[in-house]
Design a protein around this ligand. Structure first.
Ligand code: ZN
Length: 533
């Protein structure tokens, strides 16, 4: 008899197959599912060596897939930067000083100290710390702090001294140093290009070891919330960290890499494109940016923001540049994963893809629109015609909803993160956290998609509510489809890889307002239990 390595029995198996069938037990051998059925069906696979997981009626779902994120980068940044956010309890400038002082006491003199996620609106003083306050932390370590949205930094005297910048230095083109209006003395603030004068070699880069450890830690956190596969935006540092982890057999979850399109020439020279890799680590598409962000309220929209008259968001490219870059990528066979948030940006993306697909037709293109946040019926029809796959923000209605309301307005939110409209149109959409832009818990996202209520309980875009099964689709079978993995991942069916999540409560019957609180009991990848509560 062909005994199984692992049997999970007596549960409620939400298979996510085409019939949305519910089964009882699963048998796994060599990391793949060899049977799914009743307890009796699976019983013959139990041998002496078989590991048994008694589900005791608990619900088990396919491993969850986050379809766009910056996990590996975030993991390695955590190794370099000191967190100064409100989330870790920073409420004042003296809190910032205390945290940095602690770090300085453990850092060799002369070495840089980097803080990030500083948010003046969350400080009692309602302002950023100034140079002299950072000097109180240390005069022997250069200190540089990044604000939460980027674009503005603060430095101490040592940092200015190393850079050779003083009160007589002129402001750089496209940048500015904050100065005392009377004395002209530097007060520590750096705007835009001024950063490059303090850091001519750019932002700090993690060492190979820092990237490795940082990536491992954050991907283990992913596994602990039920994520078994991520799509991650990567460049050289992140790719190397992922390969290092895989070679050491320590990669916690599967990774699909969307590579920054800046690396197109290098990849092109090697002839490497989508499909390169294996079930653990594989190249997906090339990431190109069209416009601003939803959480920063800078997405390029066709009607102005309600709280900023005449502000239509920002495009981060022109049609000419985008056409040139995407043409170069498309003619070489790359799949496009474009960040296009607002309806203006989405339209530009679609216009370009229409030309490209005419010129270089593909049967099964699977180009993606990452975010695809603000839409209308006309855009949905074009997305469908062009076979673009949108992946939408999962948790935003819940997590960012309260601050989005005054900027976008209730009416526009009816057509944002438009899960129901896309599904009704028959599109295989997926969803994502875009971590660190929102928390990575997929159950928060499913909660948000199902309830469409803000954290404060205000309903937004209720017409876009979807069912729990539909929301699960976005995190399982549809997400698998986005990287040609639909025959291997995304559902619990014979022949597929054994990636599962055991839930502490039944997601199909629990009060929908409680989905976010369901505990993750166990995460299994390729038949191995990698997390237990
Ligand atoms: Zn992103």
């Amino acid at each position: 008899m062909n005994f199984a390595d692992l049997v999970l029995r007596n549960g409620k198996v939400v298979t996510m197959d085409n019939e949305e069938s519910i089964k009882q037990s699963i048998a796994v051998k060599f990391g793949r599912i060899i049977d799914v059925g009743t307890n009796d069906d699976v019983e013959p696979y139990v041998g002496n060596e078989t590991k048994i997981v008694e589900l005791n009626g608990r619900t088990i779902i396919p491993g969850l897939i986050d379809s766009h994120s910056h996990f590996i980068n975030t993991g390695s940044e955590r190794k370099i930067y000191i967190d100064l956010s409100e989330e870790i309890g920073v409420n004042s400038i003296s809190d910032i000083q205390a945290i940095l002082k602690e770090k300085a006491s453990k850092t060799p003199k002369g070495e840089w100290i980097f803080g990030y996620q500083e948010d003046d609106s969350k400080l009692q003083e309602k302002r950023h710390p100034i140079r002299t306050e950072l000097d109180e932390v240390s005069l022997e370590h250069p200190i540089l702090i990044t604000t939460i949205g980027g674009h503005f930094w603060m430095a101490n005297s040592k940092a200015f001294e190393i850079a050779g910048v003083n009160k007589n230095s002129p402001d750089p083109t496209g940048g500015k140093f904050d100065r005392d209006p009377e004395t002209g003395e530097l007060t520590g603030g750096l705007h835009e290009e001024a950063y490059n004068l303090l850091r001519p070699d750019g932002p700090p880069k993690p060492s190979r070891e820092q990237a490795y450890i940082g990536a491992k830690q954050i991907l283990e956190e992913c596994a602990s919330v039920g994520i078994t596969c991520i799509y991650d935006l990567v460049t050289e540092t992140e790719i190397r960290a992922a390969i290092d982890l895989k070679n050491a057999e320590e990669l916690p979850v599967r990774v699909r890499m969307d590579i920054n399109i800046d690396l197109l020439d290098e990849l092109g020279k090697l002839g490497i494109y989508r499909g390169f890799g294996d079930d653990w680590l594989r190249i997906s598409g090339l990431k190109f940016f069209f416009d601003g962000a939803i959480s920063a309220r800078t997405a390029a929209v066709s009607e102005p923001y309600l709280n900023k008259p005449n502000f239509y968001g920002v495009m981060s490219t022109t049609k000419e540049i985008a056409t040139e870059v995407l043409t170069k990528a498309y003619e070489r066979g790359y799949r496009i994963s474009a960040h296009a948030n607002g309806d203006r940006a989405i339209k530009m993306y679609l216009d370009i893809m229409e030309q490209l697909q005419r010129k270089y037709p593909r049967k099964d293109p699977r180009n993606r629109d990452i975010h695809c946040s603000v839409i209308n019926d006309h855009l949905i029809n074009r997305i469908k015609e062009l076979k673009i796959l949108p992946t939408i923000f999962g948790s935003y209605a819940y997590y960012h909803g309260d601050k989005l309301l005054p900027a976008f307005g209730e009416k526009r939110l009816d057509s944002m993160f438009a899960a129901n409209s896309f599904l009704t149109a028959g599109l295989k959409i997926s969803a994502h956290s875009d971590h660190p832009c929102s928390p990575y818990q997929p159950l928060m996202a499913i909660h948000s998609l199902v309830n469409r209520k803000t954290k404060n309980g205000k309903p937004i875009g209720q017409n876009q509510k979807i069912t729990v099964i539909e929301a699960l689709k976005l995190y399982t079978i549809n997400a698998a489809y986005h990287s040609f993995d639909e025959d291997k991942l995304g559902s619990i069916e014979v022949g597929k890889l054994a990636d599962f999540v055991v839930l502490g409560e039944d997601i199909l019957t629990v009060n929908s307002e409680k989905i976010i609180d369901i505990p993750i009991d166990m995460t299994i990848i390729e038949g191995n239990v990698i997390y237990t509560r």
